[in-house]
Design a protein around this ligand. Structure first.
Ligand SMILES: [Zn+2]
Length: 239
């Protein structure tokens, strides 16, 4: 069991970017809750509208979008995030485009996070959702070089937004995690936030009662550590 490098410092501002409603809560919810409790300002951006996320017959995609938006708003409140941004892009339809990258660059330049959390786009041991891979790639590119360099997306600069350098990118669901955050005491908040995504629970790996699944996963991650519960990430330091 590997020892991970511990990330103990609390960023001043962090931004989590998920492909779908519920991804951040499932993969980094305890870290986000811990940082917020310690005074970090957290922005949560959700790229898609989640329209493909419910299989119940009788629900139209319009109903689903409304429901998932309300669920995401409740989950964000439960975590205590300071700003929720829902980009409303089509579920299952994310593409690595100039426009999508520009939306993320604009968020980075507007909210100026020290740390960004998102999907690891480079998984090689398991299947991953295409939206997760695309979101991870676009966020990584948006941080470097696009948000940092003023000649990219100059329209933002004309609107008064300054270029911004993100310091660290933390990638969740990684095949090669190297960083662990001690989240002991924050799994209950993570579980409560995840339970807000009522329509999703049955289809998530944690099932309808997320606490024990999340606790087991966090305990397994922290098996070789001196604390009880951890969330792991692959970290890239931005140039
Ligand atoms: Zn997802």
């Amino acid at each position: 069991m590997p020892h991970f490098e511990r990330l103990d410092s609390i960023p001043q501002r962090a931004m989590a970017v998920s492909a779908h409603p519920d991804d951040t809560e499932l993969n980094a919810g305890a870290t986000v809750a811990k940082w917020i409790a310690a005074g970090c300002e957290v922005i949560l951006a959700v790229c898609t509208d989640g329209a493909a996320g419910v299989a119940e017959p009788g629900l139209t995609s319009g109903n689903v979008v409304q429901t998932r938006r309300a669920e995401q708003q409740a989950a964000a409140r439960r975590l205590g995030v300071h700003k929720l941004v829902m980009l409303g892009l089509p579920d299952g339809g994310l593409d690595d485009t100039t426009e999508f990258r520009g939306l993320i660059v604009e968020l980075i330049r507007r909210y100026r996070p020290n740390i960004v959390l998102t999907h690891d786009p480079c998984r090689h041991r398991e299947f991953s959702h295409r939206d997760h891979r695309i979101a991870g790639t676009v966020v990584k590119d948006a941080i470097y070089p696009y948000a940092r360099d003023r000649l990219h997306y100059p329209g933002h600069i004309r609107q008064g937004l300054a270029p911004h350098k993100v310091e660290q990118l933390l990638l969740w669901e990684s095949d090669d995690p190297g960083i662990i955050v001690d989240v002991s005491g924050y799994i209950d908040v993570q579980a409560a936030a995840l339970r807000c995504h009522e329509t999703q629970l049955a289809g998530l790996p944690c099932g309808p009662n997320p606490e024990s699944w999340l606790l087991n996963r966090a305990a397994a991650a922290a098996q070789a550590e001196s604390f009880e519960a951890g969330e792991t990430f692959r970290r890239l330091l931005a140039p």
